[in-house]
Design a protein around this ligand. Structure first.
Ligand code: 3PY
Length: 252
């Protein structure tokens, strides 16, 4: 690949801090020396402290799975970008389909979160993707183009270096279904074209676009081999350090 891939685990709501510490340490051990891709683990908020400690001065970086868009204030239960930064978090997932599906996330709030996180210096993993009915209605390109444009409204060109887009077809998330390498490549290419239209050719060639949706140790290599697929956002398989390591290995 022309671009250095980014392999990111999305632990979702799994792992208490004690289990997290073990899994992070094991992942650090197993992936030692694998510097052909960037390696990130996006963990639950309460696991951040142990995860950051266990990855200090290692090749593994820590991310969160959401962030609020206001700087601070009366937002009970929320976590700000400044809080994440001070805890040593470098990445944050924004707009995951589970948040869109279960927690009322819409493109307008994804956009606010993205701008706030980038302003604070976090690296954003922005998730877009069509649902099954949209794919069946043949409007995948329209949906992911629209999401990308709405989610990035007002994001400056010089902030793009800290932006990763994850193409996550919703029908492939937590279902065991995976997009074919061709489907993944095509969708990532569509997103790259949108970036080209918004920010120009150079930006489009530089941006990391991941595939996510049941990527695992068995299917990672063929997905990552595709021109437009620059890494993965990995759900279930990222909870098992040996499996996650196989995916990292496939990205070397
Ligand atoms: C999955 O693989 O299920 C994901 O949602 C990754 O974010």
């Amino acid at each position: 690949a022309k671009r250095k891939p980014v392999i990111a685990g999305n632990w979702k709501m799994n792992m208490t801090p004690s289990k997290a510490e073990e899994a992070v340490k094991e992942t650090v051990e197993l992936t030692k020396g694998m510097d052909g891709c960037d390696i990130v683990l996006c963990v639950p908020f309460v696991d951040i402290r142990v995860a950051v400690r266990a990855t200090k001065d290692t090749q593994v970086k820590i991310g969160a799975q959401n962030v609020h868009f206001e700087k601070n204030g009366a937002f009970t239960g929320e976590i700000s970008a400044d809080m994440l930064c001070e805890c040593g978090v470098e990445y944050v997932i924004i707009g995951h389909s589970e948040r869109r599906q279960y927690f009322g996330e819409i493109d307008a709030t994804v956009n606010l979160r993205t701008k706030a996180a980038l302003k604070a210096g976090l690296k954003v993993i922005l998730c877009v993707g069509e649902i099954l009915a949209e794919r069946q209605a043949n409007i995948t390109a329209e949906i992911i183009s629209m999401q990308t444009k709405l989610d990035l409204a007002g994001v400056e060109a010089d902030e793009l270096k800290n932006l990763i887009i994850a193409y996550e077809p919703v029908w492939a998330i937590g279902t065991g279904l995976t997009a074919t390498p061709e489907q993944a490549d095509k969708a990532c290419g569509i997103i790259r074209n949108v970036i080209c239209g918004l920010y120009g050719k150079e930006a489009a060639e530089a941006i990391i676009i991941q595939y996510g949706g049941s990527m695992n140790d068995a299917n990672a290599a063929e997905l990552l081999a595709k021109e437009n697929v620059d890494g993965g956002l990995i759900g279930g398989a990222s909870l098992v350090p040996a499996k996650f390591t196989e995916i990292v290995k496939a990205a070397q």
